[in-house]
Design a protein around this ligand. Structure first.
Ligand SMILES: C[S@@+](CC[C@H](N)C(=O)[O-])C[C@H]1O[C@@H](n2cnc3c(N)ncnc32)[C@H](O)[C@@H]1O
Length: 826
């Protein structure tokens, strides 16, 4: 199950996690490309160089200047300001996890404590007159913050050190996330509701996925789950692991992490010729209310964070990605329900990756998709309108129109890159994959002196085309408007099913892997998607409403799947799927282990174990177990962890089984029960303990093995990790603890005078922790870090509320490690 808890984080994950957070402005002196435009050794510099052996990055690139001046991405008069801000390091920003039970406490700590104490620090120092930290004005609820301190400054003195420690701890616990300000924007425009099915197509490392989950969970009551689901996908397995690590901190049962090419993301359409829906199966294909299409891009909007890009930048980077961006966006739109919203975003400034992609998908969708004006939806965010006109730069020449592209360059400078896109149909000759003829390395090396000369000396035609689409509804964020990175966002709404591709265009786009039948259904249902192509043409069932969900859209994919792609590993595996799903008669529901290297997702159905758990913890009948428990091990007797999934995830998993496991699932479910190690588990009537992540969900449904402790005893236990029954301040509580069954139990923080009262009631404000009841003592089963966090929160709360109780501890932990390290009784 991917990353596991904190203790289970792999070395690779740790390395990637560290790398993604490293201060990228650090640079060795030996780098020949270094020059002096970045942070300097000048003591008066507002961005002082803390390391005398450090030499700053080159932050100049003549090709970059010529290209973006030529594209007029900012007014000529503001160019200098634009590039000078681009050359300064990005300020740190972070976000409070709004669905965390401590969100309000943390916000109030920032607003009422750190804002003041840090302001005093700044006033005393010489560095800056600016505010030390401040909320981002456009982010709702003061949940996103900007900090003017560098890491070096944070370590400088006690107040800053305290703030630094606070950031580190809350980040590790999952209560805050370091995230670039502009990266927080796309989910705000997606208008996600808690019951939505959301697809995050290119999701790693997962900062936006985390935000989407927060929104889904926003108004969920303790002990229940939202109706929606987020499917977070990424092509890169290692980055998927980062995503899993990141989202584990969310403790959610409503997330599925998958590992596919976004352009070939499976639709899981049930082939109703061969498949019978299970009585409780609620969806017949994957369609989404919301799609986030945060595509791979050249990333020059992140120059402030990744200054090495200055050296690497060239025009080929954006050109190479344009076709991929188009087909990923098209796949997203085909998986979107009619009426649904898709956000297309990049951290690139290049119109070829931005407006040109949006214009091309609008063109291909022929009126079934609209570009929405959402400029008033996030009022204080400063956005500029998208460009209506731009040019294509290729091999030292500015091209205003596709007709100017020499024939031999037409597989690189595509018609779809131009504002009119007018030669789209003519752009592809009989070649199987001309439209796919991109090469992301094309243009590498143009950033030479010669290349620059060539570009600068080339006459730029005035007659650039102007797009007919309302591209001014796209939004550009530029660095000097609000001291951020650069970003691009477009919001698309699907107003009707996507049009069918005429037979002749299909050929142009790329040879489909299976020839469609010429029947109306074949035409209408053609999926050029590699995974569904062969299967979809077999589907002859007319559209109908599938159990209350949107009717399956008659989406005709325009993703140009080529002959080459057909041979890819994924496509090979897809054909296995197809063969499996074609088996007539009653299908085998669980075809295990289809994806090489990925543990199967198995519904856990061992009645003996489930009944033992239910009985031991006295779990009430209202809490649904049937179909909600999954494992990653087919052998029930060796199952170590049991995960809980929401109803929405359960529906998707059932559909996935029905279609032969098209989804390659790398992580799913909330870790709910864990088998205690043999020595400890054998002394208890139930060898499964409740995991820390799962506790908040199941807490209101537990009627046995649960006790309420006074604040004094609760704190005593957190501080000492294990306490003998006779050593509790409240002797009555000690007796009750001694009378519990051996094994896992739950301890609730009681308010002063209600310690002994029954029954125990829990609500959103209840603090609870898992413990282990041994022969003579109670051991806490939370990590040292969680104990520290909880103690800090308790001190603040108990101080301000005079003993009232607060929250459930919710975090990723490795209980096994903790239990042994705190010496649980054997
Ligand atoms: C801009 S990053 C996404 C950032 C992410 N949305 C976030 O907020 O943390 C683009 C991601 O796309 C992934 N990627 C690249 N090509 C892909 C493809 N064909 N299908 C799916 N993901 C792809 C990369 O691995 C990378 O993680």
């Amino acid at each position: 199950m991917g990353g596991g808890g904190r203790g289970g984080r792999s070395r690779t994950q740790r390395k990637h996690f560290r790398q993604s957070r490293d201060n990228v402005w650090k640079r060795s002196k030996s780098d020949p490309n270094a020059n002096s435009s970045a942070p300097s050794n000048d003591p008066n510099d507002p961005n002082p160089n803390p390391n005398p052996t450090w030499t700053p990055f080159a932050t100049e690139n003549a090709s970059f200047d010529a290209y973006y001046k030529g594209q007029c991405i900012v007014e000529t008069t503001e160019w200098d300001q634009f590039v000078s801000v681009l050359r300064t390091p990005l300020p740190a920003t972070f976000r409070i996890n709004s669905s965390s039970q401590f969100a309000d406490d943390i916000r109030s700590q920032l607003e009422n404590d750190f804002v003041h104490s840090l302001r005093d620090e700044v006033a005393e120092g010489v560095e800056s007159e600016t505010e030390a930290i401040r909320p981002l004005p456009w982010y709702p609820g003061n949940f996103a913050w900007h900090s003017n301190f560098s890491r070096m400054q944070l370590r400088k003195n006690q107040t800053l050190e305290r703030f630094h420690e606070f950031l580190k701890l809350e980040n590790e616990i999952g209560n805050i996330t370091r995230q670039e300000a502009v990266s927080m924007v796309p989910p705000l425009f997606l208008d996600v509701h808690p019951d939505h099915f959301v697809l995050d197509m290119c999701a790693a490392p997962g900062s936006k996925t985390f935000q989407l989950l927060e929104i889904i969970h926003q108004s969920t009551k303790v002990g229940s789950l939202p109706a929606g689901v987020v499917i977070a996908n990424d092509l890169d397995v290692q980055r998927c692991n980062l995503l899993i690590h990141q989202t584990k901190r969310m403790c959610t049962a409503n997330l599925i992490v998958t590992n596919h090419e976004a352009q070939n993301f499976p639709g899981c359409r049930l082939n109703r010729n061969h498949e019978v829906m299970e009585p409780d199966q609620h969806i017949g294909q994957l369609l989404f209310d919301r799609v986030l299409c945060d595509v791979p891009c050249s990333g020059d909007g992140t120059l402030r964070k990744a200054p090495d890009l200055w050296r690497k930048w060239n025009t080929g980077m954006g050109h190479g990605l344009h076709p991929l961006q188009v087909i990923i966006a098209m796949r997203g739109l085909s998986l979107l329900k009619v009426g649904g919203r898709m956000v297309y975003s990049t951290c690139s400034m290049n119109p070829i990756e931005n407006e040109a992609v949006v214009a091309e998908v609008l063109r291909r969708c022929g009126g079934s998709v609209k570009l929405v004006d959402v400029s008033s939806e996030v009022p204080k965010l400063i956005c500029r309108p998208g460009l209506k006109t731009w040019k294509v730069y290729d091999k030292g020449t500015w091209l205003a129109s596709y007709k100017d592209v020499p024939k031999y360059r037409r597989s690189i400078a595509l018609a779809s890159m131009f504002p009119s896109g007018s030669s789209f149909h003519e752009s592809v000759d009989s070649d199987c994959n001309v439209e796919m003829g991109y090469d992301v390395t094309d243009g590498v090396g143009e950033n030479s002196e010669d290349g620059v000369q060539e570009m600068v000396n080339t006459v730029v035609p005035d007659s650039a085309e102007v797009s007919d689409f309302p591209l001014e509804h796209c939004m550009r964020i530029v660095p000097h408007d609000q001291n951020t990175g650069a970003f691009f966002i477009a919001v698309l709404q699907k107003v009707s099913p996507l049009p069918a591709i005429p037979e002749k265009s299909k050929k142009r786009i790329g040879k489909p892997c299976a020839e469609p039948s010429n029947t109306l259904e074949g035409e209408r249902l053609l999926q050029v998607d590699s995974l569904e192509s062969a299967q979809a043409v077999l589907e002859t069932v007319p559209e109908e409403n599938v159990n209350g969900h949107e009717p399956p859209a008659i989406d005709v994919e325009v993703s140009p799947v080529t002959c080459e792609e057909k041979n890819s590993k994924e496509t090979q595996e897809a054909h296995n799927v197809e063969n499996m799903t074609k088996v007539p008669g009653k299908r085998k529901l669980q075809i295990q282990g289809k994806w090489r290297g990925v543990d199967p997702v198995v519904f856990f159905k061992s009645e003996a174990i489930v009944n033992n758990i239910k009985d031991f913890y006295g779990i009430d009948e209202h809490f649904p177990f049937d179909g909600h428990l999954v494992t990653r091990n087919e052998d029930a007797s060796h199952v170590k962890r049991i995960y809980y999934v929401s109803k929405s995830v359960k529906d998707v998993l059932e559909l996935n089984y029905s279609v032969g496991q098209q989804l390659k699932i790398t992580s799913v479910g909330l870790k709910m029960f864990e088998r205690q190690s043999a020595r400890q588990g054998s002394s208890a009537p139930c060898s499964f303990r409740i995991s820390s992540e799962g506790l908040p969900l199941i807490l209101p449904h537990i009627t046995k093995q649960i006790l309420r402790a006074s604040p004094v005893d609760f704190k005593h236990l957190l501080e000492n990790k294990d306490v003998k029954f006779e050593d509790f301040a409240d002797a009555e509580f000690g007796k009750k603890a001694a009378s519990l069954m051996p094994g896992c139990c739950v301890l609730i923080l009681g308010k002063g005078n209600e310690v002994g009262t029954e029954p125990i009631q829990v609500d959103d404000s209840t603090i609870a922790i898992g413990c282990w009841k041994g022969r003579s003592r109670l051991n806490v089963m939370v990590t040292a870090m969680d104990c520290q966090e909880l103690l800090e929160r308790l001190v603040i709360r108990l101080g301000s509320e005079n003993g009232s109780s607060v929250h459930v501890v919710k975090s990723s932990i490795d209980v096994e490690g903790i239990v042994s390290s705190t010496g649980v009784e054997r």
